[in-house]
Design a protein around this ligand. Structure first.
Ligand code: ZN
Length: 355
């Protein structure tokens, strides 16, 4: 299969998160027939090329998609080809990256290189990262990772994390006519929300400021009662210079409400420009500097491993109707991953001498 045929096949195989069995099984079948030794855990699959030596490079992307939204002009679960592009759910996020990585795997399948590469295509990226979290312990030591997501082949070296806090303001109920007997929890929450709106956190050099955004609020039982409880959620898109526990504590001590961590597992990540994986990717992309990314991905679960996020397509087309990938983008993506692998192992080989 060439890259276009492979992408057409992937897009025409529905794989909304939680329903990846079919795509994992059929892609495993194709890859096995092409000589790759497939391993599988749940609906995530992977294979390793090379002699199991270090450095061990991981190329990772995801098989699942979000459910289709409204506004599609064609069947989202069927690849619709027009002259220059392939339209369908997941074409851009992230089946284009999967297809391009597989093309790169073909290219190096029968070559000699010092080290090893694992190609992993996982389930559940869009829903919580269950796929990568389940297979990561089985992959052994990883020296560097590339996460395939649509970045327009720009090298993303920093990615925001996500911290969600659940805040509860407690008060005392009373009849609204006897408000002096109560303690209004909504008023307390309102004071806290005003505090959050002006809170500042240390700025990140590529990604800038982190803000505390209140996204949901509930409180009050009836129109004539002083409420004794008000709950609100705070969404913080964090950067790698901030620690989730420290930020949560800082907010806790600034608010009258009780603060609980609702979700903290999407860690912010960043990779230093001096790392081989960054230098190799910049050379392969003929670029001078990396960029920061505001959208989270499975990279969040690879904290501690020097990693980048790069792939064909445009993040603005993801999770939207008529998602597409240009054939030219797919070709460039495959060429980029191949070039990157060569440069990475060349640079890593030189690096070992200095260690
Ligand atoms: Zn994605």
């Amino acid at each position: 299969m060439n890259a276009a045929q492979l992408l057409e096949f992937l897009v025409s195989t529905p794989s909304v998160s939680g329903n990846e069995d079919t795509i994992a099984t059929s892609l495993s079948g194709i890859l096995s027939s092409e000589g790759f030794r497939i391993q599988r855990e749940g609906d995530s699959i992977w294979f390793t090329l090379g002699n199991n030596a270090r450095p061990h490079l991981l190329l990772l992307s995801h098989l699942d998609t979000v459910p289709p939204c409204k506004g599609w002009n064609s069947d989202p679960f069927k690849a619709h080809i027009d002259d220059s592009k392939i339209i369908g759910l997941g074409a851009n996020d992230a089946k284009g990256s999967v297809a391009a990585m597989i093309m790169a795997a073909h290219e190096i399948q029968h070559r000699d290189f010092v080290g090893s590469i694992t190609f992993a295509f996982v389930a559940d990226e869009e829903r919580g990262g269950e796929g990568i979290r389940a297979i990561k312990p089985k992959l052994g030591h990883i020296d560097a990772a590339v996460v395939g997501e649509p970045t327009g082949l720009q090298i993303c070296t920093a990615q925001r994390g996500l911290l969600i806090l659940r805040c509860t303001a407690h008060g005392k109920a009373s009849h609204a006519a006897h408000a002096h007997l109560g303690d209004n929890a909504i008023h307390k929450a309102a004071r806290d929300i005003s505090r959050l709106a002006v809170m500042e956190f240390e700025t990140h050099e590529d990604l800038g400021a982190t803000r505390a955004e209140v996204t949901q609020i509930t409180g009050g039982l009836s129109r004539n009662q002083v409420p004794d409880r008000c709950e609100f959620f705070v969404d913080l898109r964090t950067t790698a210079n901030l620690d989730h526990a420290t930020v949560a504590n800082e907010i806790d001590s600034a608010l009258e409400s009780d603060v609980a961590v609702h979700s903290h597992r999407y860690e912010p990540v960043a990779t230093n420009a001096s790392e081989v994986v960054v230098r190799a990717a910049l050379e392969a992309a003929n670029a001078s500097a990396g960029i920061g990314s505001v959208t989270t991905s499975d990279w969040a679960f690879l904290k501690g491993i020097p990693a980048i996020k790069v792939g064909p397509g445009d993040t603005n087309r993801s999770h939207r109707p008529n998602e597409y990938l240009l054939f030219s983008e797919l070709e460039k993506g495959a060429a980029f991953y191949s070039r990157f692998i060569h440069v990475y192992f060349r640079m890593a080989a030189k690096e070992v001498v200095h260690v």
